[in-house]
Design a protein around this ligand. Sequence first.
Ligand SMILES: [Zn+2]
Length: 191
Amino acid sequence: MKYNREFEIAWQGLKPGPKTYVYDIDDRFMQEREAGEEFKNWNATIKMEFDKHENFFMLKFDIDGKVTVACDRCGEDFELKLWDEFSLVIKLMGVDETEIPEEEDDVVFISRADTVIDVSVWMYEFLMLSVPLQRIHPDTKQGKPGCNEEVLKLLDSLAEKEEEEEEPTNPLWKALKGIKIDEEATDNNKN
Ligand SMILES: [Zn+2]
């Protein structure tokens, strides 16, 4: 059983105009909605503005928070800052379309009989969207990668090894393989 009560907006009782709601979103909220095990320690505040017009509502969601994720580069967990804005237009069905402003926002339709709108669905969706696809440790203040140094070194050496191993696939390199170029000398130059 999901605890949605606080996310239900009984719009008929609202005065026209904007009203702001503030929600604290925790791990439980997200995990109940199957956010996935790769995300931990959700902690976010969503400021939602619900602007009631006669035949439609404009919603703005301001996300500010954090979540722990594994870094795509070094695999270590880090705290990702979430900061994003989303908006949504909810239209009441059977209404003259021309009354509603042209917006690029997402538009959903509800029936007038739906007197209660559960906004938790969008909160979840927008929070998931606020997580970037590529998740990498932010750089340190000194401008260095914030990743685990040991892992970075290991990755570097693996990448070098891969390059070496790829060489023979090229026929030219295959032919040249017999001729030992002074590899050590070239390596020393690199350092
Ligand atoms: Zn990392």
